[in-house]
Design a protein around this ligand. Structure first.
Ligand code: GDP
Length: 444
């Protein structure tokens, strides 16, 4: 991490728009800007949150008409003096403007450096900073809701409450050390156990929410499985309204699992059309089938398709927590009186009948109640790992509760607070910070 004493600059918008924004932050932001900007006032003399109109000139040559938004420390994203220069969205203009500002003393920002400065200035905690990246990447209403909640700090507050509960317990234990000769017990072990168990339950809830959080962020994985020719590819095409998967009359043509995403009612689903599951001697096809099994294992929802004219379903080896939806396809080929397997969704992928019911069942298979109720949901794998480590440390502390002397017990509990603290950044490690911010885009 660079110490935030220099002034950084970067384009904040992607190339190709009508307007581009160049962002500059640091102690010399106003001085550097005023060196190239000729406008209604100097940025250095302007109050925060004001916009100035003018031109940017390189010596005698006018580069562009611009608007400059002024942010005064500490009321900016980074907490520093900052300007945002809106110019016309030409690559040439943006390039020239950046070169000009860099010649005047700014430095090109590294990825995520604006956000890392915001973190170092205490404007955001680490989980909030990470949520900024998630927000930029969010592709569905649910993913957006998760990132927004995390950015607003709901999550941080819950973690900090757990941490301060634990710190209170260690403080009591440490008090016992001061009175070691008297053998007093400030922290009643039974109460301590129930407090720790309660914290354990909360950590478990957060760990348990990751399945939903991750599914929302990455898309809920749905594997479409069934024998060759039952209409899996046709179904996927029908759902997507496009010819993404290969549809053919020859059994075994879907050799690669095809992935496609579909946003159903604000939640992103990732469909994997697996190769027809059947015994085969063809090596390439067999590889496809192996991959199919791997994607079934990873999927949250398994859509099993059978043919209405021969509705036999192969047994599937589902893991705990996987949802199973059975579809009887090609109902256009059987009479209305034909009996269907119980609980199955009758459908004609070719004619598009029954898809509404399927979309409803998919949406219902994702238990998003926690999201709707505004509960904290963990969607970041770094946080998930930290929570799991905290849980392991808590188990160790619980195991030592009645046997360890107070100093060692307090040390065990401190391990739990340590792991929780790495999530919000109360405990930071430079390598971790560098790694997190390097995943950001430049200008963020
Ligand atoms: P997959 O091997 O399971 O992916 O099956 P395909 O999607 O390639 O479909 C196999 C054949 O079944 C194709 O000729 C499709 O046109 C046909 N098919 C798929 N869905 C239906 C349906 O709902 N009704 C009828 N009659 N034929 C269908």
């Amino acid at each position: 991490m660079n110490a935030p004493h220099d002034t950084i600059v970067a384009p904040a918008t992607a190339a190709g728009g009508a307007i581009a924004v160049v962002r500059m932050s640091g102690p010399a932001a106003f001085a550097i800007c005023d060196g190239v900007f000729r406008g209604t006032a100097r940025t250095g003399d302007t109050a925060g949150y004001k916009v100035l109109y003018g031109t940017v000139a390189d010596g005698g040559r006018t580069l562009d008409d611009v608007l400059v938004t002024v942010f005064r420390a500490p009321h900016s994203y980074t907490g520093e003096d900052a300007v945002e220069i809106s110019c016309h969205g030409s690559r040439y203009i943006v390039g020239e403007l950046l070169a000009l500002l860099i010649r005047r003393g700014a430095r090109m920002a590294t990825p995520g450096e604006f956000t890392s400065r915001a973190f170092l200035a205490g404007k955001l905690d680490l989980s909030q900073a990470e949520a900024v990246a998630d927000l930029i990447a969010s592709g569905s209403r649910a993913a957006h809701a998760l990132a927004t909640d995390q950015m607003r700090g709901g999550y941080s507050a819950e973690l900090e409450a757990l941490r301060s509960d634990l710190l209170r317990l260690t403080a009591l234990l440490e008090l016992e050390l001061d009175f070691a000769e008297e053998e007093v017990e400030f922290a009643d072990r039974t109460q301590l156990r129930s407090a720790m168990e309660e914290i354990g339950t909360k950590i478990d809830r957060l760990i348990g929410s990751f399945a939903l959080g991750n599914a929302i962020k990455e898309g809920v994985a749905v594997a479409i499985v069934g024998r060759p020719n039952v209409g899996k590819s046709t179904l996927l095409n029908r759902l997507l309204n496009e010819d993404r998967a290969l549809v053919s009359e020859i059994p075994g043509t879907t050799r690669d699992p095809v992935e496609a995403t579909l946003n159903i009612d604000g939640i992103l689903f990732r469909f994997i059309d697996t190769a027809g599951l059947r015994a085969t001697d063809d090596t390439v096809e067999r590889m496809g089938i192996e991959r199919a099994y791997a994607s079934i294992a990873r999927a949250q929802i398994v859509l099993q398709v059978v043919d209405a004219t021969d509705p036999a379903a192969d047994p599937l080896d589902l893991r705990a927590g996987q949802r199973h939806i059975m579809i009887v396809n090609k109902i256009d080929r059987i009479g209305a009186a034909a009996s269907l397997p119980a609980g199955a969704i009758p459908l004609s992928a070719r004619e598009g009948k029954g898809t509404e019911l399927l979309l409803e069942s998919l949406r219902a298979a994702v238990d998003a109640a926690a999201l709707d109720e505004g509960e904290t949901i963990v969607s970041n794998s770094r946080h998930y790992e930290a929570l799991r480590r905290a849980r392991t440390a808590l188990d160790a502390a619980l195991a030592g509760l009645n046997v360890l002397p107070p100093d060692l017990l307090s040390e065990e509990i401190r391990q739990v607070t340590h792991h929780l603290g790495t999530i919000t950044g109360a405990i930071t490690d430079t390598d971790v910070l560098t790694q997190i911010f390097s995943k950001f885009c430049i200008g963020k």
